[in-house]
Design a protein around this ligand. Structure first.
Ligand code: GDP
Length: 297
């Protein structure tokens, strides 16, 4: 669907430069194409602009090695800069789960893939790290969501907190904590309620649960296909609740991954995992290289 950026650049740039260094003019010409590629990949305009500015400074005057064309050289510079922006200082897959039982708070909008991601991560913690995990649904307004988590728990062999009708989310969080301590669990995951939009009630509820649970990680689940919306959601959740990391779901779809760059650049929050399908194994640690490749096409 999209023309590969390297091909596009070799068209415009390789006609220009024959000498040994990238001139300002060449870089500008090339970066016009890069900007289009970023926008096509759903990177937001301010983030794309900022990124281009940074790369322009870096690339101008750089020597072009004999083995590559100027176009390839610019692509490499852009690629490296993308990875640098996407990569945080921390190891994305390393969740803070020492001091058992460690609470993990899962937040996000309804339909983002929060419950599925909770179960996927629980399975991963159990199988990869040998952790004993307890999951609890706090979505008291949607009994179907509570049922869904229980069904997923059975499917993956991870315990869920028994459902008690009429309990409020804070009481459920407290019961999960007690159960996790008594039952010798390493981790307990709190799947908070989702709504279609962020509203005061949703935030108040998540904040109240956060205050009693004192989570080691607060992971925000967002739909990676929603582009700028995903970034707005993350900004708001981070302002109001404070998040320690982001999980981007639906990265198996045909989105080009630009939301990841905007997410990182705007919120500064690390992307920890990506969801790659509906199955329980379809989750991976975030890899900047992969997303950079996808953004550049
Ligand atoms: P919640 O309302 O946020 O808890 O969302 P759910 O966990 O119920 O997920 C909503 C739908 O999205 C379900 O049909 C999931 O199977 C699907 N889903 C979740 N994560 C992914 C993903 O990474 N890729 C794809 N293709 N589908 C996903």
């Amino acid at each position: 669907m999209f023309e590969n950026l390297s091909e596009r650049l070799s068209g415009v740039l390789d006609r220009l430069t024959k000498q040994g260094a990238l001139s300002e003019e060449d870089v500008k010409t090339a970066l016009r194409e890069v900007r289009v590629a970023l926008l096509e990949a759903d990177v937001s305009l301010p983030v794309a602009r900022e990124f281009i500015k940074k790369v322009e400074k870096e690339a101008t005057g750089q020597a072009v090695t004999k083995s590559v064309t100027p176009g390839q050289q610019v692509v490499k510079i852009v690629h490296d800069a993308l990875i640098e922006t996407l990569r945080g200082s921390e190891d994305p897959g390393a969740l803070k789960i020492d001091n058992p039982p460690a609470p993990i708070l899962m937040v996000g909008l309804q339909g983002s893939g929060k419950t599925t991601t909770t179960a996927k991560l629980a399975k991963r913690l159990k199988e990869r790290d040998g952790k004993k995990v307890l999951m609890a649904s706090l979505d008291v307004n949607r009994p179907a969501a509570m049922e869904q988590l229980a069904i997923l728990g059975q499917q993956i062999g991870v315990d869920t907190l028994p459902i008690v009708k009429g309990e409020d989310p804070v009481a459920i969080a407290k019961r999960a904590k007690t159960q996790a301590s008594l039952g010798g669990y390493d981790v307990y995951m709190l799947d908070t309620a989702g709504r279609l939009h962020i509203d005061a009630d949703l935030i108040a509820q998540a904040a109240a649960v956060r205050d009693v649970a004192n989570p080691r990680e607060t992971l925000l689940v967002v739909d990676g296909l929603t582009g700028q919306d995903a970034v707005n959601v993350a900004t708001e959740f981070d302002d109001k609740i404070g998040v320690s990391g982001v999980v981007l779901t639906r990265m198996d779809g045909d989105g080009r991954g630009g939301a990841a760059l905007s997410m990182r650049a705007v919120t500064g929050k690390p992307i920890r995992f990506v969801g790659l399908g509906e199955k329980m194994d379809a989750i991976e640690t975030f890899e900047p290289e992969r997303i950079a490749g996808r953004i550049l096409g």
